[in-house]
Structure formats: structure tokens, C-alpha cells
Design a protein around this ligand. Structure first.
Ligand SMILES: [Zn+2]
Length: 69
């Protein structure tokens, strides 16, 4: 979970920049769970789902985008 170092409920991870959000798997759009979250068009992306779930675990927040099996 090193990618998510520095992640808090108000700030994104240290590795997150305007050019690429770690939670968005490097896409230039922050998907912090307490800020923007995952846009509808990326909900099916497995890489984003995984890192987003990890971010929710780190923050201790509910993963609203968890896909029901
Ligand atoms: Zn971010």
C-alpha cells in the first residue's frame, strides 16, 4: 500500500499530482473517496476498483463503489 502513503480524509496520497492520481491508476483525475470518488465511466475498471478499495480501507470509510458479486 505504499502508493497510498500520505493519504488522509482531507488530502490525497503524496504520489497524487495534477498529472495523475494514484487512486485513479495514474489518470489525471483525482478519485479520492472523500472528495470526488470514482466517475461512472470508470466504475468497471478493475485496477481502479482495487486501488479505490485499498484507499477506502486506509481511510476507514465505506466503499460505495464496491461491485456486488
Ligand atoms: Zn488523488
Amino acid at each position: 500500500m505504499n502508493k497510498l502513503a500520505g493519504l488522509t480524509k482531507v488530502d490525497c496520497a503524496i504520489g497524487c499530482t495534477a498529472e495523475g492520481c494514484v487512486i485513479a491508476d495514474g489518470r489525471p483525475h483525482c478519485m479520492h473517496p472523500c472528495k470526488s470518488g470514482v466517475p461512472f465511466s470508470f466504475k468497471e475498471d478493475p485496477a481502479i476498483q482495487k486501488i479505490y478499495a485499498d484507499a477506502c480501507t486506509v481511510l476507514g470509510v465505506q466503499n460505495k463503489h464496491l461491485v456486488e458479486q
